[in-house]
Design a protein around this ligand. Structure first.
Ligand code: FUL
Length: 688
């Protein structure tokens, strides 16, 4: 009888407990995902064989000795990451060329067979120890695609891959994230592998149950659909996971997520601090500007994602000085831009879940992310009024949902008390784990946040407000077909732009840009914008040019006589492109007449820059000619690595200098296969 009474009491208590707590809505995060959501910013390090061969995708034919860093120091990476405010490092333990940064038992293509440290070196050992020392988490990127392993393309390879995974998951302590690249090309036998994804996932779960697994399709966290650093303004953490798979063709859906998706699979935004993922000395001046990185910060961390920023470690085995300087500038900026002006201020809500004090709006402005405000049961609209107590100048608002119970808000707006009434200053759609709205700087003493549409009653755990320093927009350097250089600063009023053409850093006293100037033979232009009587400066930008296209004509494009639109491929405007449909195996050829015989050292291909993938060339052949009739044997042929996901300019150098007046570029295959449209934003030559 006593047991029976206890049973009844327990049932009642649990009923009470349930009734006193807002119910979860839709798909919710797992404990390991919630842990990961506490992070926001960490480093990717691409450092492997490609660092030494100057490639983005190695071929698997390299020899182990080519891997030979002169001063490898993983503690330097860890210190840089820590100083930059990052929380972990994910390392390319094995990329598509198959080379392993640790002495694996399951391949001969590894550090164990290199002369580096007499074959006794182990980058994963050094890095995991450095991460521990600096209080950083340690993550592993392991490419299933392997262009070296003799077993690739056979069922046996899946077991080998699982064994390799076991090695990296059991020998280096805790691993917080395992990064699976969806790329699946041909191996040394010309065969593709059918990957055993369930087996790979089970291996991670077995040896590192707390690690989150990344791929296009999760299962824990998903790719954001681009390598540019941008999540959707609308970004659901939910996904119809069973419909998505690695190399999913509707990649743009990953940018937005699926409203009402069946599983919780939030976004991780991966992008590189330079154009390429691997180190190339030619990109030392192409580290993304502070303004660009700040924009990515708000478009990743500020749009319900975590930011995985890649640092291409150089041939010494160090993070390059230029990258370090930019990372520290970003840290200094974000520190200033996140001083909270709303902490502990007065806040009231239009409703509170069952009038329970534990869910009061004051939870939003306290320091805890574990307490939250809950609107009334079933309320899909609600407002919060925040009294800042005094006129406060601000231009950013951070807001976070209590995601443990699901993602709910679909539409919200922010209004400021100005001239005796509330005026809308910003609007947003989804919130999720974290959303930061940017708006014009205003001074106000009261802010109102209105939830206009929600899938279930809003649960908000945090709001902060900041006054981020205004950044001076970095100038954009371009050169017209005629060889005239323009330097513009579109969104800054009346900047003074200074520049150099001798490679030196522009200062306040460098040449001032007024009229476009000629740079016919090419060179390096570096520029900077100044405001406030030259007191504030943008970060410097740099652009390299080869010979101009002033004398060039397009002789034919796509097999036919060139139409007017073909001029777009030499117009110097990166935002226009030429395109033509190509059929089957026939190449689409473009012939340029350079107007004079030149020493040709290579060519450049810029794919379309509008974010679309149609026509991006993958396989090409280039030939030269003196007269436009008799053509050399191909002077270069091959594929553009990773061009689909990262459509940056491709510079291809010939083995030998070729003297010629005509260049023929044959597009043999696009990233969409044989039967497709071919598109070219710019085609150029390298003569320097
Ligand atoms: C892509 C790879 O193919 C690139 O080389 C790079 O590793 C990037 C992070 O993922 O899918």
């Amino acid at each position: 009888m006593r047991f029976f009474t206890l049973f009844i009491v327990l049932i009642n208590l649990s009923w009470l407990a349930v009734a006193q707590t807002p119910a979860p809505f839709g798909a919710v995060p797992s404990p390991r995902q919630l842990q990961w959501h506490k992070m926001k910013y960490y480093a990717f390090v691409h450092f492997n064989m490609n660092t030494f061969t100057n490639e983005e995708w190695g071929h698997g034919t390299e020899t182990a000795n080519m891997f030979n860093p002169s001063q490898l120091d993983c503690r330097q990476w860890a210190k840089v990451a820590k100083d930059a405010g990052m929380e972990g490092i994910i390392i390319t333990a094995k990329h598509h060329d198959g080379f392993c940064l640790w002495p694996s038992k399951f391949t001969e293509h590894s550090v164990k067979n290199s002369t580096w440290r007499d074959g006794k070196g182990d980058v994963l050992k050094d890095l995991s120890a450095a991460c521990k020392e600096y209080g950083l988490k340690f993550g592993i990127y392991l490419s299933p695609w392997d262009r070296n392993h003799p077993a690739y393309g056979t069922p046996e390879y899946n077991d080998i891959f699982k064994n390799t995974l076991k090695e990296v998951l059991t020998q280096y302590g805790d691993v917080y994230e395992v990064w699976f690249d969806g790329a699946n090309g041909e191996g040394p036998n010309g065969k593709k592998q059918v990957y055993d994804w369930p087996g790979f996932i089970a291996t991670v779960r077995q040896y590192q149950p707390n690690a989150v697994i990344f791929s296009d399709a999760g299962p824990d966290i998903r790719w954001v659909g681009n390598e540019d650093g941008y999540a959707g303004e609308t970004n659901w953490s939910t996904l119809n996971r069973d419909k998505v798979y690695p190399a999913y063709p509707n990649y743009w859906e990953l940018t937005l997520g699926h409203e009402d998706g069946t599983h919780w699979v939030p976004t991780e935004v991966n992008c590189s601090i330079r154009p390429g993922w691997y180190y190339h000395a030619s990109e030392d001046n192409k580290v993304k500007s502070l303004e660009h990185l700040v924009d990515i910060y708000y478009s990743s961390i500020g749009r319900n994602g975590n930011w995985l920023l890649n640092l291409p470690v150089d041939r010494r085995g160090l993070v390059h000085e230029n990258d370090v300087a930019r990372l520290m500038a970003l840290k200094a900026y974000t520190d200033k831009a996140s001083v909270n002006l709303a902490g502990g201020k007065a806040i009231t809500a239009s409703s509170v879940f069952r009038k329970t004090p534990a869910y009061a709006a004051t939870n939003i402005l306290d320091k805890s992310r574990d307490t939250y405000w809950a609107a009334a049961d079933g309320a899909k609209q609600a407002t919060l009024a925040i009294d800042l107590g005094k006129p406060t100048t601000l231009n950013r608002l951070l807001i976070e949902e209590y995601i443990a119970l699901g993602q709910r808000v679909k539409k919200f707006s922010v209004a400021a008390w100005q001239a005796g009434k509330y005026q809308t200053i910003a609007q947003g759609t989804t919130i999720g784990n974290r959303r930061i709205l940017r708006f014009q700087t205003i001074t106000t003493s009261k802010i109102r946040v209105s939830f206009e549409e929600a899938k279930a009653s809003p649960l908000i755990r945090l709001i902060e407000m900041y006054n981020a320093p205004e950044l001076i927009v970095t100038p954009v350097i371009s050169r017209s077909k005629d060889g005239l250089v323009t330097i513009a600063c579109p969104r800054t009023t009346d900047p003074i732009i200074t520049y150099t053409t001798d490679g030196s850093e522009p200062t306040a006293s460098s040449l001032r840009f007024g009229e476009p100037f000629a740079l016919m033979q090419g060179g390096t232009v570096k520029a900077r914008a100044f405001i406030d009587n030259m007191k504030k400066a943008s970060s410097p930008v740099s652009a390299e040019f080869d010979i101009s296209a002033a004398k060039w004509t397009v002789v034919s494009a796509g097999g036919s006589t060139a139409s007017k639109s073909a001029d777009r491929l030499i117009d110097g405007n990166v935002n226009t492109f030429w395109q033509q449909r190509k059929t089957g195996n026939e190449p689409a050829s473009v012939i340029l007449d350079l107007g004079e015989t030149l020493p040709l050292r290579g060519f450049t291909y810029l794919p379309r820059q509008d974010g679309k993938k149609e026509g991006i060339v993958y396989r090409y052949v280039a030939s030269v000619s003196q007269d436009g009739k008799t053509w050399s044997a191909p002077v270069s042929q091959g594929t553009f690595s990773n061009i689909n996901n990262n459509p940056v300019i491709q510079s291809v150098r010939f083995d030998q200098v070729q003297s010629g007046r005509y260049l023929k570029f044959d597009a043999l295959e696009t990233t969409a296969g044989n039967d497709a449209t071919v598109s070219i934003a710019e085609l150029g030559v390298l003569t320097h």
